[in-house]
Design a protein around this ligand. Structure first.
Ligand SMILES: Cc1ncc(COP(=O)(O)O)c(C=O)c1O
Length: 388
């Protein structure tokens, strides 16, 4: 094996700084055992890939076009995109995509593409949409309207239809949630398309934010159509959430014909500048590729089945403890009323208004749920003792 020469530099670290790193690592291990509130799995093992971290790899440019920067993993990146094309029901030759820095970049790409196709288009998104989307809309200076959400997080179709009706003269760009952040709600593409038909709107674009559920719905029976087969023009999925990665990443997919209309050539790297970022991570495509090779479709299906089972276990355990918990169909996000601050902090629970959630990612076991529920009961007990 070729060894990488560290050159003349001295990489020895002082003992006190080494101790800092060791203590920091121990702290992270403790926190990782109390990690219920965010949709990022800690179950992955990429040790066989660590040697690639010794090289200045960079996936700059379009993964489908040869670049003069040869230290890239474009070949693996394309295979990752192919796998997600299969999951989202689109032919490989009809789709283009790349590995992003995460769901946010994928959403930015989708909105950017829609905006390039329809410069006068109006973007519609629900109030349950991820907080980064209004920021993206400001960045691309896009006209937009927020639509009401229903109580469980799905977009309010009546409000959507009435709002689009008023603006029938401009193209509609729909930002659909395929699994909202707080409640895992899925907007129904069939109903959205029906609204377009009813209003005779021909120029429209649908971007799907499938950050988490894009890696759940392809693996469950009777999933609602929420991908290219349901009418999506582009889809963003996070890689570090369900597939798992120590470095945030994601996948964006878009119809090739649309991408070709906005691509532009750059001489400096002798390729097309189709991606949002210039320099791009070349390690995360390897991580995703490795996870796909080692797990395969059947492995992911088993993992998702386990997550749904733990979600149901969490609901029944919380209900038994007097906490009214629920989840949307095919979602692993378990929603319940906000609990005592000590419990929220210890288990890293995200809150929004009166509600909180846990997400039963692959590393969440029934034993974690038991400890979490015991902490809720103990907090209630302490509160009533203090009050008494
Ligand atoms: C629905 C939704 N969209 C987008 C994002 C942003 O994704 P990322 O953190 O990968 O940028 C999240 C993150 O939780 C999300 O829940």
């Amino acid at each position: 094996m070729t060894s990488i020469s560290p050159g003349e530099a001295d990489y020895t670290i002082k003992p006190d700084q080494q101790k800092r790193l060791d203590d920091f690592y121990q702290m992270l291990l403790v926190e990782a055992d109390h990690f219920l509130g965010y949709p990022c799995t800690r179950e992955f093992d990429y040790r066989p890939l660590y040697r690639f971290l010794g090289l200045p790899m960079n996936n700059v440019g379009d993964p489908y076009i040869p670049s003069r920067y040869h230290l890239n993993s474009h070949e693996f990146e394309r295979e990752v995109v192919d796998f997600f094309a299969h999951l989202t029901h689109v032919r490989k030759d009809e789709v283009w995509g790349y590995v992003t820095n995460g769901g946010t970049e994928g959403n930015m790409y989708g909105i950017y593409l829609a905006r390039e196709l329809y410069p006068k288009g109006l973007v519609y998104y629900s109030e349950a949409t991820h907080y980064s989307v209004p920021k993206i809309l400001r960045m691309v200076d896009s006209r937009n309207i927020m639509i009401k959400s229903q109580s469980k997080g799905e977009i309010d179709y009546q409000d959507l239809a009435e709002t689009i009706r008023i603006h029938r003269d401009v193209p509609a760009i729909i930002f659909a949630n395929i699994g909202t952040t707080m409640t895992g709600a899925v907007d129904d593409l069939r109903r959205i398309k029906q609204i377009m038909r009813d209003l005779a709107i021909k120029n429209y674009y649908i971007h799907c934010d499938a950050a988490l559920s894009g890696m759940i719905l392809p693996f469950v029976d009777n999933a609602q159509p929420s991908d290219f087969s349901g009418g999506a023009d582009s889809i963003a999925i996070s890689g570090h959430k369900m597939v798992g990665s120590p470095i945030p990443c994601g996948i964006v997919l878009a119809k090739k014909t649309n991408v070709e209309r906005v691509a532009c050539a750059v001489e400096y790297i002798s390729t097309l500048d189709t991606t949002v970022s210039g320099s791009r991570n070349a390690i995360t495509p390897l991580f995703l590729w490795y996870a796909i090779q080692t797990r395969q479709y059947s492995g992911f299906r088993k993992i998702i089945g386990h997550c749904l089972e733990v979600a149901d276990y969490a609901i029944s355990s919380l209900k038994a403890a007097g906490v009214s918990a629920w989840r949307n169909r095919h979602s692993i996000t378990v929603v319940f009323p906000k609990q005592h601050e000590d419990v929220l902090s210890r288990w890293q629970i995200a809150v929004h208004g009166d509600i909180a959630h846990i997400v039963t990612m692959p590393h969440v076991k029934k034993s974690h749920i038991n400890r979490f529920v015991a902490d809720i009961l103990a907090a209630k007990q302490n509160k009533s003792t203090v009050c008494a």
